[in-house]
Write a protein that binds this ligand. Structure first.
Ligand SMILES: *Cc1c(COP(=O)(O)O)cnc(C)c1O
Length: 380
């Protein structure tokens, strides 16, 4: 069982031994009866582990070509638990163009505990090189980045970091393991918001970390239990169910996003399109090398002022104006006031994120309906 689509449906999963149920059971219990103190069937308390989470963790490890998976209550819980393994005085180099909540927890929470951060354009490898200090312990990359869809060359970034004994974490939420496997490209940790493509149906919030490193797995497993930002059985069930269709959904997301990016590129009212599948994208060649598809996210700027962009956001009929991404339904969003509002305007602009930028999460509806919807909203 080594091909991706087969793994999504079968890896880590087996029929329930007591009933034969093909779907992973959901045991709504907080505790498990023990025969004698410490003598039990592998589960004692549901924060520490439960069967649905264990199945999900095995499945995620297989999808990401890792050895160990850890599931969390949200993407932010996954990110925070990785950071909790570091100490006051440690330094982290992080991409400038990252999820707003990642920037927020780094600067507003972990800085208070003495962890230091530098935010640089990680897709320019020279900026990584010059940001690494003697106390740097971690390089944090999002590729494709959010919302400008920059691509960082993972093997090159890893080589620079590992030479200086710096670990590399890649937030693989946008690409998903269907399109990119950072561990196979040398990264030490893969982080996910399973809320997005892995869950895929906008009905659950979750997160994950996958690694091949036994020592780091033990550290993170300790923190997962000690800190306790863990998902319940029903949440794990929903993510597992979503993952079963990941392969087919990603094919459609990619094909439709490519069509939409090409449509927008030719549109007379559109100033600029950001999509790694366009040959005009500055890192297209890198994306082609390290990804198996370019994903379902497309960002663009309309001609005219910010007001024009804001107006368009409320004129689409199929694209819903909403936070989040990666579900079957198409969403439209305004990063400057929504997902990235927690980054100060000055910092946003330095990262190239204009207030007029519009971000699309292209769903799996009929692409011609999606294109007509965008066209009528742009023209109004
Ligand atoms: C949504 C998101 C997160 C945070 O995940 P939650 O599940 O919302 O906590 C982190 N990284 C990226 C790239 C995201 O899109």
């Amino acid at each position: 069982m080594k091909r991706f689509a087969t793994k999504t449906i079968h890896a880590g999963l087996e029929a329930d031994p007591t009933t034969g149920a093909i779907m992973t059971p959901v045991y709504l219990t907080s505790t498990y009866v023990q025969e004698a103190p410490g003598k039990h069937k592998g589960y004692d308390y549901a924060r520490t582990n439960h069967p649905t989470r264990q199945a999900l963790e095995k499945n995620l490890a297989a999808l990401e070509e890792g050895t160990y998976g850890l599931a969390f209550a949200s993407g932010m819980a996954a990110t925070s638990t990785v950071l909790l393994a570091f100490n006051a005085g440690d330094h982290v180099v992080c991409g400038k163009d990252v999820y707003g909540g990642t920037y927020r927890v780094f600067t507003k929470v972990f800085e208070r505990f003495g962890v230091k951060f530098s935010f640089v354009n990680v897709h320019h490898l020279t900026e990584i090189r010059s940001a690494i200090l003697p106390e740097t312990k971690l390089l944090w990359i999002e590729t494709p980045s959010n919302p400008l869809l920059h691509i960082t060359d993972i093997p090159e970034a890893v080589e620079i970091a590992h030479k200086k004994k710096v670990l590399v974490a890649v937030d693989n939420t946008f690409a998903t393991p269907a399109l990119q496997n950072p561990l196979a490209l040398g990264a030490d940790f893969v982080v996910h918001s399973t809320t997005k493509y892995l869950g895929g149906h906008s009905d659950v919030v979750g997160g994950a970390v996958v690694t091949r490193n036994e020592e780091w797995y033990q550290k993170l497993k300790f923190l997962q239990n000690a800190v306790g930002a863990v998902p319940g059985p029903l949440d794990c069930f929903l993510v597992l169910r979503g993952i079963k269709t990941l392969s087919v959904r990603m094919e459609r997301h990619c094909a439709s996003a490519q069509r939409i990016a090409e449509f927008l590129s030719k549109h007379p009212e559109v100033e600029r399109v950001y999509y790694p599948g366009l040959t005009s994208h500055p890192e297209h060649v890198i994306a082609k090398r390290q990804m198996r598809g370019y994903g379902g996210m497309v960002s663009f700027e309309l001609k005219g002022d910010v007001q024009r962009a804001l107006k368009m956001l409320s004129l689409t009929k199929i694209f819903s104006l909403a936070e989040s991404l990666g579900g079957v339904e198409s969403l439209i969003g305004h990063p400057a006031s929504m997902t990235h509002a927690s980054i100060p305007k000055e910092e946003r602009e330095k990262a190239g994120l204009k207030d007029s930028l519009i971000r699309l999460s292209v769903g799996i509806e009929d692409v011609d309906d999606l294109i007509e919807d965008l066209d009528q909203a742009i023209k109004k």
